[in-house]
Design a protein around this ligand. Sequence first.
Ligand SMILES: [Fe+2]
Ligand SMILES: [Fe+2]
Length: 281
Amino acid sequence: MLIAQISDTHVQLPGGLLDRNYDTAGNLERAVRHLNAFTPQPDAVLLTGDAVDAGLPAEYGRLREILSVLKAPLFVIPGNHDEREAMRRAFSDGRYLPGEGFLQYTIEDWPVRLIGLDTLIPGEHGGRLCDARRQWLAAQLDQARDRPTVIFMHHPPFRTGLTVMDAMGFEGAEALASLVRSQPQVHQVVSGHIHRPIVTRFGGTVASVCPSTAQQAALDLRPDPHLAVVMEPPAATLLWWDSTTGSLVHHLSVIGERPAHVLYDGSQWVMDNPLPPGFHA
Ligand SMILES: [Fe+2]
Ligand SMILES: [Fe+2]
């Protein structure tokens, strides 16, 4: 099984600030082409929030149009830039979103269970896993303690060292960590929101952040609040399930229009000055 994750697509209507400066729609089109061209095909694609920038129905319409050519089944959860009801309506045909309440659900179709969490607080940029949402998650996990599971959510439940992003906050991180620690079938908790690739240990499992498909937050670990936006290469996360060992392996797949500069194509060197025999990467 191969799970792809993209995040923070921030699609706007044509002419919007992000549309003009970061080409969020065009970058999502490139991400879709990238995933469609990947061999083997992902079984599922997770879009972990900030799918659009202002939660507008028309933005979701543009988002759906771009995603309509994605070959693999798509699963969305909301971020702080999303609007819960507009997102629910926009993706209602997928039939995995609940008809009311929080946009969280479990997908049972593959060897790895996928549990999407709604960490949205309407009108705020920080996230929350309240008692109701955590209890729902605990019940879902209790239903299949023997099945490998990935939890996906928008807000990372840990501090990242990026002061401005951390200041937005996530309520319920400790309770989530203790719940996950008691459920060792959780192989990874994947999130977005930060617009950078990040990995850490969390609640006895692995927690990660997927970059945006467009603009990224500059890596700035100084304690004073400062946040720069940069066009570092966008990327998708690919989680490869190794069924022979029962391991989930995290890959970062950089999205680029140009093919990577190939030095060795698997059978021969394709560069002017090949490295000497015996060289090992
Ligand atoms: Fe975002
Ligand atoms: Fe966000």
